[in-house]
Design a binder for this molecule. Structure first.
Ligand code: ZN
Length: 674
């Protein structure tokens, strides 16, 4: 066997991982050696006879674990974007070991003693602001991980973390397996009436790929509401599709969610907090449970009122089809009918104007160039982790190289649902590294020879994820701890949401939205009608989102020792109590497939999307009314916020751009909740 490619730093440009050499069997040995190496490095710090200094303790900590980082980022990406049964096995095996490894560092008494001593003397150390913050943040991380607990409590903490790590890997795999198992299979194209010929062809292709030759398969996407529900005319097919989606993983992940919520509650208690939500939010920009409660409570009543108004509109059209009461599987369909009849907008009619390649180059990249001056060159000579993946080199306005952007846009069976951004190489002055970031989307592959045409929502997702990518690419910090998107969770969606504004900026839209055959621009009045129609769906979208946010909040507000008997019952009660049980609007995710909170990093953090949207709406407002050119505004936003990562307080960066504390006004106006 050739040498494990993870053992040495990559020699490729930007330290791009050597994907051509990486095999599944390299992961486990690299994880094992990576953990051992880091523990040895920590051992050198703690056995150092010199008294602790910033250099021999904090800088040494920042430098430790290079091999582990190399394998972890590549593995994380593969397990999400291109998994295999072998990778799933490694994931299940390695997750508890990684949790134990983190504990071995955070609960290392000798290491914490050194950090604690430096922290006590921090005012005398003469540190620059970023270094001082590094010391403070590491100290907080140790304390929050249990460094101050006695040995018995630390032991229990280790057990809880290990069990949670395993549970979260199992949760993820259950969602993937059951989403595949419950894909909707129909026998005839007639049953798919309402879908476009392309979509029907894709469903047939999907059937072939999944072993249902001659039949049609609609794979399930992450959300409760499947996009096809908006156009399927056969009500019984809509009902089956939504039921398949809502029922995912209930049997396996329901009990697992109950167990995880109890484990997290116990851990929070050990660490001195009433609930997991209180523990999490203490280190976020929101700061307290009350602050989150207050924002959610303010949004729920007007959002529900909007949704009820929308429901009344839908009911009028549904009545004409003999439907007495709008069911959840009717909502998207009749919303689409309202859009067509009241706003003359047909979502399908927009697709020909949104060809992926054009949206990417003439929209997303074009906007980044307008605001920040950066340019993009495709590097077909560089090998990524899958043939679908595109690699672009990013350059500054003056031509200096900045980093790499990888785009992996298509759905495949080996990829989990949803869209996300992450980093393969983290920017850091200390380590001399420049960023390598990627975006993952789940755009359906068209029939062979057909162009890739996006929906309005997919265009938005492309701009959104690229906002995260820019946050990673523009990172300009010394310490890897602070790089790019490593900001508080209730702040991290803010830059990506801001980037969505370019999608509809007239100068950007005019540049990318062109008919893929005729080259004609998207008619301006169609865009206006689409924007008006967007307003119509706000009630639904806000309620669907708030229901998921409150569900997350409820699961993580369960105090230690409170038994939950049944996950579905818990869910129904929680939504009713919050005033959010609108029968025809299921939460964006139900408990059993709410991977964000049970296997992602968003436990007690799903509120973050609307929390960041307050900042986003304010910033979009600022871009429009600050009197500077787009390029100048972009420069301010980049310098004061995007480039800072977590190297200074997040809200301080916000204030440096907008000039004041965030106010909810622009968000309420945007969502029709004022
Ligand atoms: Zn995002």
């Amino acid at each position: 066997m050739t040498e494990n490619p993870f053992f040495k730093p990559s020699t490729l440009v930007y330290e791009l991982p050597p994907f051509a050499e990486i095999r599944e069997e390299h992961y486990l040995p690299a994880f094992e050696r990576g953990m051992a190496e880091q523990l040895a490095e920590i051992g050198e710090i703690t056995t150092n006879q010199e008294p602790p200094t910033f250099e021999n303790t904090l800088i040494a900590l920042e430098r430790s674990g290079a091999l582990l980082r190399r394998v972890r980022v590549v593995f994380q990406n593969q397990s999400s974007a291109d998994t295999t049964p072998g990778v799933d096995r490694v994931d299940a095996e390695i997750s508890p070991l990684l949790a134990a490894h983190r504990d071995a560092i955070h609960l290392d008494a000798a290491l914490f003693a050194r950090v604690e001593e430096l922290y006590a003397r921090r005012a005398e150390l003469g540190l620059d602001p970023e270094s001082l913050r590094l010391l403070e943040r590491w100290h907080t991380a140790f304390v929050r991980a249990g460094a101050r607990l006695d040995a018995d409590r630390q032991q229990r903490l280790r057990e809880l973390n290990a069990e949670l790590a395993t549970a979260s890997a199992v949760f993820r795999q259950n969602v993937a397996a059951d989403s595949n198992a419950r894909a909707l299979v129909v026998d005839s194209a007639e049953e798919l009436a309402g879908l476009s010929p392309d979509e029907i062809a894709a469903a047939a292709e999907n059937g072939r790929a999944l072993g249902h030759d001659g039949r049609y398969v609609l794979s399930l996407k992450n959300f409760s509401n499947q996009s096809e529900l908006a156009s399927l005319t056969d009500r019984s097919v809509r009902e089956r599709l939504l039921a398949a989606s809502l029922g995912r993983a209930v049997a396996t992940n329901g009990p697992l969610a109950i167990r995880m919520s109890a484990l997290r509650a116990e851990r929070a208690r050990l660490l001195g907090y009433d609930t997991h939500a209180a523990y999490v939010v203490a280190d976020e920009t929101a700061g307290s449970v009350d602050a989150v409660d207050a924002l959610l409570a303010r949004l729920v009543p007007p959002a529900v009122a909007n949704a009820r108004r929308e429901a009344a509109e839908l009911a009028k059209l549904a009545a004409a089809d003999g439907i007495e009461e709008i069911a959840a599987h009717d909502w998207a369909y009749y919303s689409e009918q309202v859009r067509q009849s009241s706003y003359q907008v047909d979502a399908g009619a927009l697709r020909p104007y949104f060809e992926l390649e054009r949206v990417l180059r003439d929209g997303v990249f074009f906007a980044a160039n307008l605001a920040y001056g950066v340019t993009f060159t495709e590097r077909t000579d560089l090998v990524a982790y899958h043939p679908d993946v595109r690699v672009f080199e990013v350059f500054e306005e003056d031509g200096r190289p900045l980093g790499l952007f990888l785009g992996d846009f298509h759905a495949r069976a080996s990829k989990r649902g949803g869209a996300w951004m992450d980093e393969l190489v983290t920017q850091s002055g200390l380590l001399g590294q420049r960023p390598v970031v990627y975006n993952n989307l789940n755009v359906a592959r068209p029939a062979p020879g057909e162009p890739v045409l996006l929906s309005w929502d997919e265009v938005r997702t492309l701009f959104h994820e690229f906002g995260h990518a820019l946050h990673g690419l523009f990172s300009d910090v010394r310490y890897p701890y602070f790089a790019g998107t490593d900001v508080p969770r209730d702040f991290v969606e803010f830059p990506s949401q801001v980037n969505e504004m370019w999608m509809v900026r007239p100068e950007v839209l005019a540049n990318y939205a062109r008919h893929h055959v005729t080259g004609e621009p998207l008619p301006a009045e169609l865009v206006e009608r689409m924007a008006a129609a967007e307003g119509f769906g706000q009630g639904f979208r806000t309620v669907e989102y708030l229901a998921a946010a409150l569900l997350d909040w409820a699961w993580h507000s369960v105090p230690e020792g409170q038994e939950v008997a049944d996950a579905e019952e818990f869910e129904a009660t929680a939504l009713a109590k919050a005033g959010l049980s609108v029968a025809a609007i299921p939460p964006r995710y139900r408990t059993a497939y709410f991977s964000h909170i049970f296997s992602g990093g968003y436990s007690a953090g799903y509120y973050a999307y609307i929390w960041s949207e307050v900042l986003d709406a304010e910033t979009v407002d600022w871009f429009e009314r600050n009197g500077r050119s787009v390029r100048e505004s972009g420069e301010v936003f980049r310098r004061e916020l995007l480039s800072r990562g977590d190297s200074r307080d997040a809200l301080e960066s916000f204030r440096a751009v907008v000039g004041r504390d965030p106010q909810p006004g622009p968000l309420l106006a945007r969502r029709g909740l004022a």
